[in-house]
Design a protein around this ligand. Structure first.
Ligand SMILES: Cc1cc2nc3c(=O)[nH]c(=O)nc-3n(C[C@H](O)[C@H](O)[C@H](O)COP(=O)(O)OP(=O)(O)OC[C@H]3O[C@@H](n4cnc5c(N)ncnc54)[C@H](O)[C@@H]3O)c2cc1C
Length: 535
């Protein structure tokens, strides 16, 4: 199928051009985007609808690790780890511009820990087989301090060094979306599914969707509809069957971002078991250190979850136990939260048939296919399983999955510098664009390399529609340093307005809205507001 230009007007045009889609995917996180890419690359006429921006949900709020899950190994879930390690290898091969090899050190304060983690991580590496990213090794105390000079050295016996993958989650989501468009898929952000279309026998034959920007409602016919809405799958399931029991138990994870001086290293720190039994990472990310995460069951969902002060304090206090320099709330440059779509315990209802791995895949009697759970690392396998399930139930010619070896948009093995790494092969074209006008090379903030050219690029070629899209997910500054992002907002709004043909009122609304959002990423505000509210 012919590639669709990756811009919103071209994509919207497709809605009136295509009378019936083979597959409509609801949700533009890793799961939905992966599914749309899988379907489009098998040659099916595919449409993906995202109610907000691509990766607005959990898929931009992860720990940014492409990993097998050391924690799952300790739980004896060997098959799960094996599958994730294979997917880690495939992702590194297909998107080397966005996934890098990250060394980790587990500091050990007893000989028993050294033995236990050393053997466990050696097994972890052996499980990865030909996808190994590097040998696990034992370090003595000196070796650990050489790798992480800021580690608490009292009682330190040594450590274990092992390797996993690290990535930029929101930019990988974008790259999958762009690859899908190249394969002939149509993808739209800011289009929300508001209903399912059913025929007399109860079979789902399409969706009703609303363009959030214009308000226009579309009735879209489809052979198959896939519900890949993360923690929101139950809302779509209830549109299909109001009596449907909840499939997801949401749990919130929080990360804080600190100045790089807290770690002073390119090696990440991994604490497999904090005093209260959680895993804690301190990972170098884009010139900063990201520390997390928590695991708090919550009932109320929000597209913009807010960290609880208790979570924030837990991370800071626990990190302070392992680092010389103790982080406080005033050191936090950004704090962000995300919901884990944990699959609820299985209950065979008869209404749905389950084909479960770490993720849940359900086919309802109406034909609605729902996929949730799993993790970013395994998005490709989840997508393959989902499209296989779709092909079984609708009238589509069976075709093999091709994503094992499909390079993702921007694929290159060259590493670009100056903050353009995440653009991969697009970096050269972006640099050429910047050279056309000296104003485009203007930096947006003295502490960041981002330029005006990247904002123009985000609008023209990455479907960015709002200031938040640019600062949160195209440039990642909101996640790295909320105050810097707030300072950039007015300039970003004016560049975007010029590109999109919007007026001053739009700019002001965008800036006001963004500043209100960004305040939620400032830890000091979280502490003050929650203590005022008595939370
Ligand atoms: C704190 C935390 C850390 C994690 N760290 C890692 C990690 O390091 N490595 C890893 O592999 N995994 C990690 N994960 C897991 C991973 O991030 C998730 O499994 C994955 O991102 C889920 O993607 P998703 O597409 O299912 O959900 P989401 O990313 O939430 O996407 C669902 C999308 O559906 C959209 N949607 C909802 N309703 C509608 C509608 N009616 N119409 C249109 N669109 C709709 C939403 O707007 C949303 O964008 C982490 C998870 C959390 C919470």
């Amino acid at each position: 199928m012919a590639a669709i230009p990756f811009n919103r007007p071209a994509m919207l045009h497709q809605l009136s051009e295509v009378p019936k889609w083979d597959v409509v995917v609801i949700g533009g996180g890793s799961t939905g985007l992966g599914t749309a890419l899988d379907a489009a690359s098998r040659g099916y006429r595919t449409l993906l609808l995202e109610q907000s921006d691509f990766a607005k949900g959990t898929s931009s709020r992860s720990t940014k690790l492409v990993h097998g899950g050391v924690r799952y190994l300790a739980q004896g879930k060997i098959r799960l780890v094996f599958e994730a390690l294979r997917e880690r290898g495939l992702l590194l091969r297909n998107a080397p511009h966005l996934v890098t090899v990250q060394p980790f050190v587990i500091p050990c304060y007893s000989w028993w820990q050294l033995l236990f983690y050393g053997l466990g991580l050696t097994f972890y590496d052996l499980l990865s087989g030909r996808y190994s990213l590097g040998r696990t090794s034992w370090l003595n105390k000196k070796g650990v301090l050489r790798r992480i000079p800021t580690i608490q050295s009292n009682g330190l016996r040594g450590g274990i060094m092992y390797y996993d993958g690290q990535f930029d989650d929101a930019r990988l989501a974008l790259s999958i979306a762009q690859t899908c468009a190249k394969q002939g898929g149509t993808l739209l952000n800011y289009v929300k599914v508001i209903g399912l279309i059913k025929q007399a026998d109860g079979k789902v034959t399409g969706v009703k969707a609303q363009d959030v920007e214009s308000g226009q409602v579309y009735t879209l016919q489809a052979k198959a509809v896939v519900n890949a809405t993360g923690v929101y799958v139950d809302e779509i399931l209830q549109l299909d069957e109001p009596a449907q029991k909840p499939l997801v138990l949401p749990s919130q994870g929080v990360h804080v971002v600190l100045h790089s001086s807290f770690l002073q290293s390119d090696t990440a720190l991994m604490i497999p078991e904090t005093p209260d039994g959680r895993v804690l990472f301190a990972i170098p990310w884009q010139g900063h250190v990201m520390v997390g995460t928590t695991d708090t069951p919550l009932q109320t969902l929000s597209l913009e979850p807010v960290a609880l002060e208790a979570e924030l304090n837990f991370i800071l206090q626990t990190a302070g136990k392992y680092l010389h320099k103790k982080p406080t709330q005033h050191d936090v440059l950004s704090v962000f939260a995300g919901f884990r779509p944990l699959a609820a315990p299985t209950h065979e209802t008869g209404a749905t048939k389950e084909i479960s791995r770490s993720h849940k895949l359900l086919t309802a009697p109406s034909g609605l296919v729902t996929v949730t759970g799993g993790k970013w690392t395994t998005y490709r396998q989840m997508a393959e399983d989902t499209v296989n399930a779709v092909v079984k139930i609708v009238d589509l010619p069976a075709r093999p999955c091709v994503t094992h070896t499909l390079p993702l948009h921007g694929y290159t093995t060259n590493r670009y510098a100056n903050g353009l790494e995440g653009y991969g092969s697009d970096a050269a074209t972006l640099e050429t664009l910047a050279q056309t006008d000296p104003a485009l090379t203007e930096k947006l903030h003295e502490d960041f390399d981002c330029t005006v050219a990247q904002v123009v690029w985000a609008v023209r070629f990455e479907m960015a529609r709002t200031v938040e899209d640019v600062l949160a997910r195209r440039l990642r500054v909101l996640f790295l340093d909320a105050e810097a992002a707030m300072a950039m907002a007015p300039r970003v709004a004016s560049v975007m307005a010029a590109e999109l043909g919007y007026d001053k009122v739009w700019q002001e609304r965008q800036v006001t809205g963004f500043l209100a959002l960004a305040r939620q990423y400032l830890s000091v505000n979280i502490a003050r507001e929650q203590s005022l509210a008595g939370i």
